[in-house]
Ligand binder design. Structure first.
Ligand code: NAD
Length: 330
C-alpha cells in the first residue's frame, strides 16, 4: 500500500525500511508533522502513519478521509492525540502498536530515579571540571523505601519488578487490580493513601479525563515532604505550575520527567541554537533536582524494531485481508 509517513526521523527510516523488505509497501517519508496544512500533502496514499506529536483532530481526519485515506496507522501505543469519535464518524479505522517494549520505558523510569537520587548528572559534570568533592551528592538507599506506582499495566508491572528487585515496598493504584501484582506483594491502596505513604511515586497510567492533572496542588499537599516523582507516561498527568511551586517549597525533592505538558512544540527536535520560549520548561530546567529527557523512554533498538514490525503488519493485514488489527476503539 502507499503510506504517507509523517514526522519522519532518520532512525524511523532505518527501522521501517529494513522491516519493509518483507512487506513491500511504498512508503512516502515526510519530515513535517501532521496537521491541517500538511494533511493536504497527501497524493494517492491510502494509509497515514503518524506519531504521538502529530495532530489527528476532527479537521485533520476529515481532510485525510476526503483525500482518500483509508487507514490511520499509529506507530505508538498512546492514542490521546487522536479524536477517536471523529475517526469513528468518518469510518476511518485507527490502529496502533499496543505494546513494543514495556521494559524500555520501565528501565528509563528506573534510570531517572537512580540518576536523580545518586546525583549522577551533577557528579558527571563535576568530575569533568576536576572537582572530585562529594558535597551535596548524598543520596538515599532505595532498599526499604515505599514506592507508589500509579497504573499497573504492562509498563507499571515491569517497573514494579525492578523496584521489588531493589528491595522496595510497593504500593499501587489502578482502576483494575492485577492479581499477579498482588502475588508479588504489591499492595493496592487508594490514591490518597498512596500519596501519603510513598516516598517515591512513578506514573504509568494513560492520559484521559480521569488522569489529567492527577498531580496537582491538592494531591501534592497529601504527599510526603521531599517526595520523588517520576513521570514517563504523559506530560498532562502533571500540572506543571503546581509542580514548580512544590519544587520551590521543597515539597517535591526530586523530579524525573520524560514527558512534559507542552512537549509537542519542542520534543524530538533540536532547538540548541534557539531561545526556548516556554518559560515553564525553562524554569524546570534550572532546578538541580530535576531531570528532563525528551520523551526517549521508548527509544531502544528492541522497541524500534517491534514498532516497525507491528505497524507494517497492521498495514499488510489491512491491505491483504481487510483485517483491522490492533484497532483503537473509544
Ligand atoms: P497499559 O494499558 O498496559 O497500562 C495502563 C494501566 O493504567 C492499566 O492497568 C489501566 O487499568 C491503568 N489505568 C487506566 N486508567 C487509570 C486511572 N484513572 N488511574 C490509574 N490507573 C489507570 O499501558 P502501558 O503500556 O503500561 O503504558 C502506560 C502509559 O505509558 C501509556 O498510556 C503511555 O502514556 C505511556 N508511554 C510512554 C512512553 C514513553 O516513551 N515515555 C512509551 C510508551 C508508553
Amino acid at each position: 500500500m502507499k503510506i504517507a509517513f509523517y514526522n519522519t526521523k532518520p532512525y524511523d527510516q532505518r527501522y521501517f525500511n529494513q522491516v519493509n523488505l518483507t512487506h513491500g509497501h511504498d512508503i512516502h517519508y515526510i519530515s513535517a508533522h501532521l496537521n491541517l496544512e500538511t494533511a493536504k500533502l497527501i497524493q494517492d496514499e491510502e494509509v497515514v502513519c503518524a506519531f504521538i506529536n502529530d495532530k489527528l483532530d476532527a479537521d485533520v481526519l476529515t481532510t485525510l478521509k476526503n483525500q482518500g485515506v483509508r487507514l490511520i496507522a499509529l506507530r505508538s501505543a498512546g492514542f490521546n492525540h487522536v479524536d477517536l469519535s471523529a475517526a469513528k464518524t468518518l469510518g476511518l479505522p485507527v490502529v496502533r502498536v499496543p505494546t513494543y517494549s514495556p521494559y524500555a520505558v520501565a528501565e528509563h523510569a528506573a534510570g531517572l530515579l537512580l540518576c536523580l537520587n545518586r546525583k549522577i548528572h551533577r557528579a558527571f559534570n563535576r568530575v569533568r571540571e576536576g572537582d572530585f568533592s562529594l558535597h551535596n551528592l548524598m543520596g538515599f538507599d532505595l532498599h526499604g523505601k515505599t514506592v507508589g506506582v500509579i497504573g499497573t499495566g504492562k509498563i507499571g508491572q515491569c517497573f514494579i519488578n525492578i523496584m521489588v528487585g531493589f528491595g522496595c515496598r510497593v504500593l499501587a493504584y489502578d482502576v483494575c487490580v492485577d492479581e499477579e501484582c498482588q502475588e508479588k506483594g504489591v499492595e493496592y491502596v487508594s490514591l490518597e493513601s498512596l500519596f501519603a505513604q510513598s516516598s517515591i511515586i512513578s506514573l504509568h497510567c494513560p492520559l484521559n479525563d480521569a488522569t489529567q492533572h492527577l498531580i496537582n496542588h491538592e494531591s501534592l499537599e497529601l504527599m510526603q515532604d521531599g517526595v520523588t516523582i517520576i513521570n514517563t507516561s504523559r506530560g498532562k498527568l502533571i500540572d506543571t505550575k503546581a509542580i514548580i511551586k512544590a519544587l520551590k517549597q521543597g515539597k517535591v525533592g526530586l523530579l524525573g520527567l520524560d514527558v512534559y505538558e507542552e512537549e509537542e512544540a519542542l520534543f524530538f527536535e533540536d532547538f540548541s541554537d534557539s531561545v526556548i520560549q516556554d518559560d515553564q520548561l525553562s524554569r524546570l530546567l534550572t532546578f538541580p533536582n530535576v531531570i528532563v529527557t525528551s520523551h526517549q523512554a521508548f527509544f531502544t533498538e528492541e522497541a524500534m524494531q517491534k514498532i516497525a514490525q507491528v505497524t507494517l503488519t497492521n498495514i499488510t493485514d489491512f491491505a491483504q485481508q481487510g483485517l483491522i488489527r490492533n484497532e483503537v476503539t473509544l
